[in-house]
Design a binder for this molecule. Sequence first.
Ligand SMILES: Nc1ncnc2c1ncn2[C@@H]1O[C@H](COP(=O)(O)OP(=O)(O)OP(=O)(O)O)[C@@H](O)[C@H]1O
Length: 378
Amino acid sequence: MGVAVEVEGLSKSFGSQNIWSDVTLTLPPGEISVLLGPSGTGKSVFLKSLVGLLKPERGSIVINDVDLVRTSEHKLYEIRKLFGVLFQDGALFGSMNLFDNIAFPLREHTKKSETEIKNIVLEKMDMVGLQGAEGKLPGEISGGMRKRAGLARALVLDPEIILFDEPDSGLDPVRVAYLNQLIVDLNAQIDATFLIVTHDIGTARTVPDNLGLLFRRNLVMFGPREQLLTSQEPVVRQFLNGRREGPIGMSEEKDVAQVEAEMAALEARGGDSHNGVGPKGASGGDAVPPQLTPTEGLPVRQAERRRQERVARMLHEFDAETQEAIRASLPEDLLAQVDSGVFEPTRGSRGRHWAAEPGAVPAGVAATAVLPRQGGEG
Ligand SMILES: Nc1ncnc2c1ncn2[C@@H]1O[C@H](COP(=O)(O)OP(=O)(O)OP(=O)(O)O)[C@@H](O)[C@H]1O
């Protein structure tokens, strides 16, 4: 099973430029999470902080009881081995064929024999659908194949956490659909913890268990997918619907009067549900489409049941729309347990519902970060 990544009060600046402050979220073990945010809000900086390539000045990132922000270089090196990272362009060496590219981490970090390496490389290439392409150079294959090769390379050290930096970038919509299915299939096969940074709203709506949004140097919200997909928070609504109207401006923040005028005009046109389909799959008002499931014949995602139990326990923390959407995703036995009051309210457990140790966490802490609405920030 993948490991949990617990981020608390994390802040990062470069000189006087604050990138984000007080980011608190938990990536539950084996679940798929997506992080959204306008360009330049520091999503890549967040991914780099998680793997220890950048050092936040405040807060903690705890994995297997080790705080990456404060640990020694030696421990950090060990923890990094838990990660697989899919960079935007696959980050392949142009002069090496796919086999050698994918074998690279094994040759660098393990003492495995060439026979063992060959078996692992071919197995991972098979998993990502690249059988027979071992001899190709990165320059000879399509962008989609390069992503798959980057993914195979991210898999060779059997990571427990995989970070995907804009896996859909540069791909046509059909390739994105295949890649999304591959991500869900891989999750079912290896049960690792996934975090995907993407601008593709179709992906955000259908792939993850959890969704988060960075904006204005803050994590606006992070929680079960249903929470963001049904959210009335103006920034979340604007982003998921891919529209100009709302607090997110082209480069500058907008003033409150302008946002109000835009929102009134949008409502006069019938609101989001009458707004058509926006760019990058953005659409649908606050509909919650079904989540992708693994291809037939693959095992069910082990995270699925764990997640159902986790969100059943935290159901009372959400508003009526979110509760309704979550209930629609729960099997009958869990719904019966929810309704019979078996699950005690887990106040302030920061989403650590898999841990089942209610006494271990401080009370009174919100499970999700929620910014004040536009206009309420003073
Ligand atoms: N090493 C660095 N030194 C100084 N500033 C940096 C460094 N890395 C990133 N930044 C700054 O941090 C900010 C956030 O960058 P980042 O690439 O994380 O944004 P992003 O949300 O991933 O954007 P996009 O969606 O366009 O990929 C930018 O203003 C960038 O210039």
